[in-house]
Design a protein around this ligand. Structure first.
Ligand SMILES: Nc1ncnc2c1ncn2[C@@H]1O[C@H](COP(=O)(O)OP(=O)(O)OP(=O)(O)O)[C@@H](O)[C@H]1O
Ligand SMILES: [Mg+2]
Length: 631
């Protein structure tokens, strides 16, 4: 609730028009009402009918920002200039259990303000204002005690009488705004007034509500259904503006005709919602690429009210594009059919998602964009990678002919933040990949493997001490590589006063001199020294990967390539690598947001060479690297 809402609530004043986003009130808006001829004609016809003595009520529904208040306000001006008294009361965003009679209190306060309490009291027979005084203490002693039902009936009656009195002098247009927030008492009073309108000639009731807020169990729904059965009640849906009207709106806001491409971009992004048009139109006459903060908050409002598992599915769907198929969403979200349906349902009920074909679309593309923008950097890359992988594995998850283009899109989106690449094999390779401004991959090679080994604990300090006797400079490659694994075994063996076990030497011989393979085999066979060495190796690998990730700020992802990783995948996944990767003190949350994957495609080096030979650095997205995640 905003400070303004609270202030308004305390003062009981009516809601000014267009209070949706107070921070937005500074933006430019159109001096004239654009389009809406049909709706205006309907309102005017209702007004004519009221002037002729007939009862009439108009219910105006439409999504947030579509222009209900603007329409009513412009109509109100027309009606006022034709001699009507226009009274407006807004419901407050306190939920439907909010302050009783809030919009009527606002109307009454305005009346008292305008006419004085005495004049208002004199409108009632015998000046009995005990009912109305419940709403506004200025009107005397309120109706307390006694039968609540009777008191309520008295209040309803007094409101009716007051309106009756007013209509004797001039037609009255009573506008109740934002009825989707109406408290229960207000809904009852509204029903009572409309139901009794026949005895109130000269009163036109106009009620606005956000149709997108009316979920299936919303309390306004039964009221609207009952009102629909009353002959003099008309329901009007305020639709989004057409392409032409959107362009006209831009002209009115800018004071000049927008260029054709701007008008087109504006229509495309706003989808004809006037509030979004205003918010997206920058003062320099451009269409904002970013979502203005206040618009983002508005768009996310309905999403944030949903259960967490629904929001999680929405986050996934936001990466899927305008429409995401049910099966694709199932695969990427990892939920089974029933769980996905359960999670999606509240979003459909709340009108955030619409079923579309065999999938789901966001009600407005900007809601999708706002949810997508809200993803954490790591989450963003991870989700798009998951989409790309899912489509790669089963192209039938997207419409025929779409797989290649969808995959390209997801790979591209997955990696619009840097990647870190590390690969231990014969040596230790480290690189960073970034997308350049043209969307081409640029791989920045480094010699990070030769940077100084930085031990983190006594055990690793021991390894460094041991290796310093052997090398002038102990680089990371001396511990994280095939040779590195042997060094670690030797250091640990030396530390424990043992020689490299004969069994390992023997295994190495059998493995045709492949000592790392022999160490891994011995570790798996239960040799304590080799087991400890392999565990230490994995931790060192994780620690240096974390170092690279910090330096590259690789929120797009961290890829572990090289010949060793696929061979020791179970050990890499057993938690030691991860713990060392994350163990960077205060930077831990940053690293937690970076997905770490092991490249299993053995063709990786060949593909890399091929890409280089082709003079293109688009190696990574094209690599079907069927990665394994390090959880
Ligand atoms: N037809 C129109 N011509 C010109 N401006 C419009 C039109 N419709 C809406 N606007 C402008 O768009 C903005 C949003 O409109 P408005 O506040 O009337 O929306 P709303 O439907 O009442 O939204 P909410 O449900 O949040 O109350 C306002 O600044 C309004 O002046
Ligand atoms: Mg409004």
């Amino acid at each position: 609730m905003t400070a303004r809402t609270i202030a308004r609530e305390l003062s009981g004043m009516s809601a000014p028009r267009g209070t949706l986003i107070p921070e937005m009130s500074g933006r430019a808006s159109s001096p004239v009402l654009v389009g809406r001829a049909e709706q205006m004609a309907a309102l005017e016809a209702a007004f004519v009918s009221v002037r002729q003595g007939g009862p009439s009520a108009v219910l105006l529904g439409g999504e947030a920002g579509v222009g209900k208040s603007r329409l009513v306000s412009d109509f109100g001006r027309t009606a006022a200039s034709a001699g009507a008294r226009v009274l407006t009361g807004g419901c407050l965003e306190l939920g439907t259990d909010g302050l009783p009679f809030a919009p009527f209190t606002a109307v009454l306060r305005d009346l008292v303000h305008e006419m004085g309490a005495d004049a208002v009291a004199s409108m009632l027979p015998g000046r009995t204002t005990r009912g109305l005084a419940r709403l506004l203490p200025e009107l005397g002693e309120p109706d307390t005690g006694g039968d609540p039902a009777e008191a309520r009936a008295r209040l309803f009656e007094e409101v009716l009488r007051a309106l009756e009195h007013l209509t004797r002098h001039s037609p009255v247009v009573l506008v109740i705004e934002d009825a989707h927030w109406a408290d229960r008492s207000s809904r009852d009073l509204l029903m009572f007034l409309i139901g009794n309108q026949r005895s109130l000639s000269g009163l036109l009731l106009v009620v606005t509500y956000r149709s997108d807020e009316l979920h299936r169990t919303h309390p306004l729904r039964p009221l609207l259904a009952s009102l629909d059965r009353i002959a003099w009640v008309e329901r009007i849906e305020v639709q989004r503006l057409t392409r032409q009207d959107t362009s006209e709106l831009a002209t009115r806001i800018l004071g000049r005709e927008p260029a054709e491409d701007l008008a087109e971009a504006l229509y495309h992004r706003s989808e004809g919602n006037p509030l979004f048009v205003e918010a997206l139109l920058c003062c320099d006459g451009e269409v904002s690429r970013e979502l203005p903060e206040s618009l983002r908050d508005l768009l996310l409002e309905s999403v944030r009210r949903l259960p967490e598992d629904t929001q999680e599915v929405l986050r996934v769907a936001s990466a899927g594009g305008t429409t995401t198929g049910h099966s694709l969403l199932r695969v990427v979200s990892g939920l089974d059919d029933a769980a996905l349906t359960r999670a999606v349902r509240p979003a459909v009920i709340a009108n955030v998602l619409h079923p579309s074909g065999d999938g789901y679309a966001f009600r407005h593309e900007l809601i999708r964009e706002a949810v997508h923008d809200d993803l954490l950097p790591g989450e963003h890359g991870r989700l798009h990678s998951r989409f790309a992988e899912a489509i790669d594995a089963d192209p039938a998850l997207v419409p025929p002919g779409r797989a290649a283009i969808e995959m390209a899109h997801h790979w591209h989106s997955a990696h619009d933040s840097p990647w870190a690449l590390i690969g231990a094999g014969t040596g230790l390779g480290e690189a960073i990949a970034v997308l350049d401004a043209c969307g081409q991959w640029e791989v920045l090679p480094t010699e990070g493997g030769h940077s100084s080994f930085s031990p983190r604990n006594e055990l690793e300090i021991g390894i460094l001490r041991f290796l310093l006797r052997r090398y002038e400079h102990v680089s990371w490659e001396r511990v994280v590589s095939g040779e590195g694994l042997v060094n670690v075994v030797e250091a640990l063996a030396h530390d424990g006063g043992a020689q490299l076990p004969a069994r390992v030497a023997e295994l190495a011989l059998r493995a045709r001199g492949d000592a790392p393979a022999a160490i891994t085999a011995a570790a798996r066979a239960g040799d304590p020294l080799c087991k400890r060495a392999l565990e230490t190796f994995c931790a060192l690998y994780g620690a240096e990967t974390g170092n690279l990730a910090l330096k590259a700020l690789s929120t797009g992802g961290v890829y572990v390539a090289g010949g060793i990783a696929p061979k020791i995948l179970p050990e890499l996944q057993d938690g030691r690598f991860r713990a060392a990767f994350l163990g960077k003190g205060r930077m831990r949350p940053l690293l937690e947001a970076m997905p770490v994957q092991v490249v299993l495609d053995e063709r990786i080096t060949v593909l890399g060479a091929a890409a280089l030979a082709a003079g293109s650095a688009t190696l990574l997205p094209q690599t079907r690297h069927t990665p394994a995640t390090i959880p």
